[in-house]
Ligand binder design. Structure first.
Ligand SMILES: [Zn+2]
Length: 507
């Protein structure tokens, strides 16, 4: 009865309430349900929605006094519903289901509490596998709020002792922003806006360099350091580089939400209130991927790229964040940036177009468009991208050149992110001796991964793959084939996502 009641209350609270701004969701969650999940000095090293390589950070990184083995406790009563043990990702992790319809996740753990540890060890022996992902029935390991469940650690893909903590909606597995649920992180500090980026939206965001505008603060409001902005285009969009700190910390965490107003009309906003793991890769459409991959900062777009999904964005009907400067007057733009506690920073500026618009440069190459299948086949290589693969159009560049005995197949460059898997076919006659296996070795962040490629008649078919939680690289941009008498190897030198590198070896 109590369970039903709390669940009922929560669903009522989840209904969006009419707020003062149409574009902010104003969802209200229960504020006193969960307690801080680790017994250490309260603090976070990362918050929800922070921008990471190919994904949003999906939880809180709770500090553990820079030590391992701090007591991790159940944030609320419930039962242990899942245990996961994996070499990367979450390492050793516990999932607790709560009667209010939410699940909490505790990751990078060391030992679990004795009864659970014993049970898990037995399961590992039984399954003859160290790696484990098991669901547990409701009555097996019930927990009370504050009950010790594990020692904190640094297991899996963790770069230092901490507890990764998530709160999810149990039914949908959507991950919620834990700081919306009343956890004790005091924050009276408004976000900091570093720079503004202005894009000419007559052309692809991947085929231009945005104007980067430095900002200064005048009477508490951010403004462009050099006054009004003039652009040689009649269609523009914006992005900002910003961060947030909580009280007493210099950690630069992610901002919570931001809205864009054109002539005092709120047209678009984005908000890190909940994100699902299925959508987390759309981060690559939220940020200016090209600027970031060329060593620049994270700029968060105030426009939904044409091949992306709404996801974290809310827009006014018919708006996508692109602003039309149809006359020669100044347009008043305002960008409001908030943290979870509603501390706000405001950026205001005027923008107008110049008398004469700039000419749009002609770019060689096959035009790849979002929301359609794009096929490339030049007789030497062939691949096709799905409707979901790219977020903005671009002219695909292909180069093939000899490098000594090697052939380098260069597929575009590192500026364009790709959303999903695709096969690349290289038409190469391997000869009679080489009908054996082709193994792909991919090196990513100094880790090697291997995968078998498929040989078909006279070509090699390579299926690119994503690693479970990291989902790093999809499109290679150059492949080197190295021949020697007995071995044949293809080396992928770069990828469309930077920092990755793979090679394919036949033996
Ligand atoms: Zn984390």
């Amino acid at each position: 009865m109590i369970n039903f009641f709390t669940r009922f209350i929560w669903s009522i609270l989840l209904l969006p309430m009419l707020g003062n701004s149409r574009l902010i969701k104003n969802i209200s969650y229960p504020k006193e349900y969960f307690i801080w999940p680790v017994q250490a000095k309260i603090g976070i090293a990362a918050n929800f929605g922070e921008l990471r390589s190919n994904h949003y950070h999906m939880g809180l990184d709770c500090k553990t006094d820079q030590k391992e083995n701090m007591p991790v406790v159940a944030a609320a009563e419930g039962y242990i519903a899942k245990v996961k043990i994996e070499p990367f990702g979450f390492g050793r992790a516990i999932y607790i289901n709560h009667p209010n319809g939410m699940t909490t996740l505790y990751a990078h753990l060391n030992d679990f509490y004795p009864e659970l540890e014993k049970y898990i060890k037995e399961q590992q022996y039984q399954k003859k596998s160290w790696e484990l992902y098991i669901n547990l029935p409701e009555n097996l390991f019930p927990v009370k709020q504050g009950q010790f469940i594990a020692n904190s650690g640094n297991t899996g893909g963790s770069l230092g002792a901490h507890l990764h903590f998530e709160i999810r909606d149990t039914k949908t597995d959507k991950v919620l922003n834990p700081l919306l649920l009343g956890l004790p992180i005091a924050d009276k500090v408004a976000p900091v806006i570093m720079n503004l980026a202005v894009y000419d939206r007559r052309q692809s965001t991947y085929e231009q360099k945005p104007i980067i505008v430095s900002l200064k603060k005048v009477n508490g409001v951010y403004v462009p350091a050099s006054g009004n902005i003039q652009v040689a285009s009649d269609k523009v969009s914006f992005a900002i580089n910003a961060y947030d700190c909580y009280s007493g910390s210099t950690n630069q965490n992610g901002i919570f939400k931001a809205t864009l107003s054109n002539q005092n009309n709120n047209i678009l906003g984005f908000e890190m209130d909940s994100i699902s793991y299925d959508d987390t890769r759309y981060l690559n459409a939220h940020i200016d991927y090209k600027t970031k991959s060329n060593g620049g900062n994270y700029f968060q777009h105030f426009s939904v790229l044409p091949g992306s999904i709404k996801g974290i964005y809310t827009t006014l009907e018919g708006e996508d964040g692109i602003i039309k400067l149809s006359d020669n007057n100044n347009h008043e733009i305002s960008i409001d940036v908030y943290d979870v506690n509603n501390n706000k920073s405001v950026l205001k500026f005027n923008i107008k177009k110049t008398e004469k618009l700039s000419e749009i440069p002609k770019i060689q190459g096959q035009l790849f468009k979002p929301r359609q299948v794009n096929v490339f086949d030049n007789g030497s290589i062939q691949f096709s991208l799905t409707e979901k693969s790219i977020y903005d159009e671009f002219h695909f560049q292909y180069k093939e050149k000899k490098d000594g005995e090697d052939v380098i197949y260069q597929l575009h460059n590192g500026d364009v992110p790709v959303h999903d898997y695709f096969d690349l076919k290289i038409k190469k006659n391997l000869g009679n001796d080489d009908t054996g296996h082709v193994v792909i070795k991919r090196t990513l962040n100094n880790k090697n991964e291997f995968k078998k490629a498929v040989c078909m008649h006279s070509c090699i078919k390579i299926t690119f793959f994503i690693r479970a939680h990291a989902k790093h690289v999809l499109l290679i941009n150059s492949i080197r084939i190295i021949y020697s008498r007995k071995s044949f190897s293809i080396k992928c030198i770069n990828t469309i996502a930077p920092g990755a590198n793979c090679n394919f070896i036949i033996f």
